[in-house]
Design a protein around this ligand. Structure first.
Ligand SMILES: Nc1ncnc2c1ncn2[C@@H]1O[C@H](COP(=O)(O)OP(=O)(O)O)[C@@H](O)[C@H]1O
Ligand SMILES: [Mg+2]
Length: 375
């Protein structure tokens, strides 16, 4: 599953795990999967990922495992470090646990062997499947060949007739391309899901459901703005709704409440996601360039000439290398540019609109003062 930062991937993956773990009466599901949820750290190697997954699943199911499993493990020459509950087994592999000198091929083979042994044991105890979730796979070390890894382990599992293992790979949109570039046939091992923004109906449903439980109402226009501005990003919607609700004082959320609420949300987004970017981008020309780029949603970005026209910044080319170096814009195609994420584009758009709203409010206040004086 791939999708933009903040679109809800991890939340959905956690839900998948929750559903998989045990039968849910309310949801009417009957799965009983042994699950592992491993989130990669920046620069993780594939061996770290294997190690992490094994540790996670071990934590979850070790109480259910039988002696037979550990017997089997002991017979393998395992260099994965596991903390096991049985005496003696705890020593397993620890002598050779210096990860750096583990041959990666061997590591991957052993990873498959351990998973297979786990499955052999768990299948006899009423488990239906093994679900291995790897989140933030985009953080994998540059040099690692993820495509080959997934292809290899999925083929080995299948050829050993171990078909009840499901790998759930989660990451940013470019991850799919990376896996395919590494090994085109690795793509076949997965059913790819792109998690997109919430639909308008869903956004509205969230707002009306949240308000249904209390005596506060909302203007249609205010609701529309919240839905638009969130761009369907769950976190944006949540925060903006929260702040608009807080800004309201008369049990009716109107557009003014939304503006002042969203003003606060922006501070929060800055703290959480965009602080560094916002601090680094100083100067009017940079701002103008970002505002123009925020208007495009072409996957390959905006041509440089068009950017120059739209932003009105002369010699726009001199500003772009710094923005690119700072990781604020990307260049998907030669002389084409876009902002690094859709969430950031939304942020810039909202910032522009709020700026105009503030200005209008100030002009109106000044006009009101003038009339008062004249009277
Ligand atoms: N369906 C949803 N409804 C409401 N809020 C959501 C939903 N999905 C995610 N969120 C919220 O959005 C934020 C980002 O979600 P997360 O799953 O961390 O995104 P990602 O992993 O894609 O970066 C979290 O604060 C989460 O609580
Ligand atoms: Mg996430």
């Amino acid at each position: 599953m791939t999708g933009e930062r903040g679109i809800g991937k991890s939340s959905l993956a956690h839900l998948a795990r929750f559903i998989g773990k045990e039968p849910q009466q309310r949801l009417g599901t009957e799965c009983r999967f042994a699950t592992a949820y491993y989130t990669l750290d920046k620069g993780d190697r594939i061996s770290d990922c294997c190690q992490g997954v094994i540790e996670k699943i071990n934590t979850e199911v070790r109480q259910s495992l039988t002696r037979k499993f550990f017997q089997k493990l002991r017979e393998m020459d395992v260099s994965l470090k596991l903390s096991l509950p049985f005496v003696g087994a705890a020593e397993l592999g620890s002598k050779r646990s210096g990860r750096d000198n583990v041959d990666p091929e061997k590591m991957q083979r052993q990873f498959v062997r351990v998973i297979e042994a786990l499955w052999d044991d768990l299948s006899e105890q009423g488990f239906n499947s093994v679900l291995l979730i790897m989140d933030e796979l985009n953080k994998i070390h540059d040099k690692e060949n993820l495509g080959a890894f997934f292809k290899k382990i999925s083929e080995e599992l299948v050829s050993d007739e171990c078909r009840n293992v499901m790998i759930f790979a989660v990451g940013l949109p470019w991850l799919e391309g990376k896996i395919a570039d590494d090994d085109a046939s690795a793509v076949r091992a997965f059913q790819h899901v792109t998690l997109g923004a919430m639909l308008e109906d869903e956004r509205e449903e969230i707002i009306s459901k949240a308000l249904a439980g209390c005596a506060v109402t909302i203007d249609a226009q205010a609701q529309q703005e919240l839905s638009n501005w969130s761009g369907g990003f769950p976190y944006f919607l949540q925060q903006m709704c929260f702040d608009s609700f807080e800004a309201d004082t008369d049990a009716h959320i109107d557009i003014e409440d939304v503006y002042s609420g969203v003003w606060k949300s922006m501070k929060q987004f800055e703290r959480m996601f965009f602080g560094k970017v916002v601090r680094e981008v100083e100067g009017k020309n940079y701002q103008k360039i970002l505002e123009s780029l925020a208007q495009t949603d072409e996957p390959e970005g905006m041509p440089q000439a068009e950017l120059q026209r739209a932003s009105g910044v002369k010699g726009v080319g001199q500003y772009l290398p710094k923005l690119k170096k700072d990781g604020i814009i990307t260049s998907p195609k030669d002389r084409h540019y876009k902002l690094v994420s859709q969430a950031f584009a939304l942020y810039i758009q909202i910032q522009g609109r709020l700026g105009r709203w503030r200005k209008d409010a100030e002009t109106q206040a000044a006009a009101a003062r003038d009339t008062q004086k004249a009277e």
